[in-house]
Design a protein around this ligand. Sequence first.
Ligand SMILES: Nc1ncnc2c1ncn2[C@@H]1O[C@H](COP(=O)(O)OP(=O)(O)OP(=O)(O)O)[C@@H](O)[C@H]1O
Length: 457
Amino acid sequence: MSKTNKKRILLVDDDTAHRTMLKVNLSGEDFHIMEVDDGDQVIPFLEQEQREPIDLILLDMKMARMDGLATLRALNDTVHSTIPVIVLTAFSSVETAVKAMREGAFDYVAKPIDIDELKMVMEKALGFQELKQENIRLKKHLEKRFSFGNIIGSSPAMEELFATLELVAPSDATVLITGESGTGKELIASAIYQQSNRKQYPFIKVNCAALNENLLESELFGHEAGAFTGAVSRRKGRFEQADKGTLFLDEIGDMSLQTQAKILRVLQEGELDRLGGSETIKVDVRVLAATHRNLQLMIEEKTFRQDLFFRLSVVPVELPPLRERTRDIPELASLFLERYSVKNRKDIKGFAPEVLRIFMAHQWPGNIRELENTVERAVILCPGERITIRELPPQIRPEGATTNQDPTAAPVTLRDMEREMIRATLAQNEGNRSKTAKILGVARQTLLNKLKEYDIL
Ligand SMILES: Nc1ncnc2c1ncn2[C@@H]1O[C@H](COP(=O)(O)OP(=O)(O)OP(=O)(O)O)[C@@H](O)[C@H]1O
């Protein structure tokens, strides 16, 4: 234990001479001893404002105003009940000690006190307490991770968002997720689904921006045979496929007014017609929607239906851009570093401090996706154990950063990049050379020559 890390011990005993003896013997490098002269002083002492927490209590059993057992019981009703307590008891009253243990005391030491024995029990209690706290911390950490998938975010904006999502996920409410490109809208949608009561049913995603009006409608609502040229057979749409489950409509701002009207009908009535069909089909689908567009503005411009907007945004969720939650950057960067180191079979331990500084200052117009791509690229290019400024793309480096960071460092050359690309591709394909050559677009023999040239095994 270092000096700065002294454990704070509260000694509770009404016998001044005994207290002094213990204090003299225990004070030193490891412990900082504080004292009160009776049991009734313990809670007021612990509750004194701005006091640093106490790590351990040494409690005498026999005291004039409030004995050890009564003190333990009183402590049990407070937030301080987690502080470990060691009771000091007369040799003849082991029975009291047992009662004290039943009230939650960690252990007891009989009088006359053998200091070495007491120190040993104290170390044991403190060690146990640390383990307990570490356990609680890990459990919280896990709960947080599991409660919202792999979504990282400890900035206040994200914590608030997680709290909303926890409430909303199990309901059937439609959720409209807005935010700039790359802020994690899709990730949030799938986390909502994972936490919902529909998770045993399908999760279907449609990117509304990727298809023209007709194709999108046929994709969403399905079609009967002969509904349009090329519709040879009848096909179920995504809404039907998602029956009982969840449909994620990405880029909802990118669809025609006509398609919007049809979506509104499904949301309102729970029914649809396949293209070219005459039969009305009932569906039970929870809709999650996302867009990077400003729907309010689109409503004003009459390119988005206000009634659909209201239907979709029963619960609106706005994801802040990464530049407004810089606090999350180091954790996100580490997650991606680990992910891509494993994927590329590299043993990269971290970032050079100036890299993190650059990350914190960058505006990240492409948000988390841009950060992820930046880290992936850096991992591929990194020849050492740490990502340095040399592995960052020029648009991220502040001007002049390349030359004045490390004057001895050689610039990344085309050869470096080629070698790293080959190494990474080979690793990703479990050493399969034919596959690697194919992916890199070179003949197998060319690859073999390069492997030799770069001394890659
Ligand atoms: N909070 C987060 N924690 C970990 N990874 C994240 C987080 N947010 C986003 N990502 C990752 O960033 C990338 C972009 O996220 P996603 O595709 O969900 O963004 P998006 O907002 O849907 O983007 P777009 O609008 O361009 O479709 C994904 O690889 C995703 O896994």
